[in-house]
Write a new protein. Structure first.
Length: 98
């Protein structure tokens, strides 16, 4: 029987990195997670778009007045890492084997 896990409505950096690591582990171990591949693949496109949208918003914030403070630059860096994790997750999900 498939294991069912509830996902939080909000995914933070740590949560996105955990999801990416779990999916990478399943793929590298050639494990069978059950009949989840259609959902995993379909979420890949959503994650890709989320990553693109987030990067666009970060770029827009980067040129806003007052955006050159160390705190704002640290925030930009963290948001770019989050967008990169979403992008990596989307590639893994879209290439998920059926």
């Amino acid at each position: 029987m498939a294991e069912v896990r509830l996902l939080s409505r909000r995914v933070d950096q740590a949560g996105a990195e955990r999801l990416a690591a779990a999916l990478e582990q399943v793929l590298t171990a050639n494990a069978d997670p059950g009949p989840r591949w259609p959902q995993i693949r379909s979420l890949g496109g959503s994650l890709r778009q989320l990553s693109r949208d987030l990067e666009q918003e970060i770029d827009r914030l980067a040129v806003a007045p007052g955006s050159s403070t160390p705190e704002i630059e640290a925030l930009h860096h963290s948001l770019y890492r989050l967008a990169d994790t979403f992008s990596r997750l989307s590639l893994l999900a879209e290439d998920y084997p059926s």
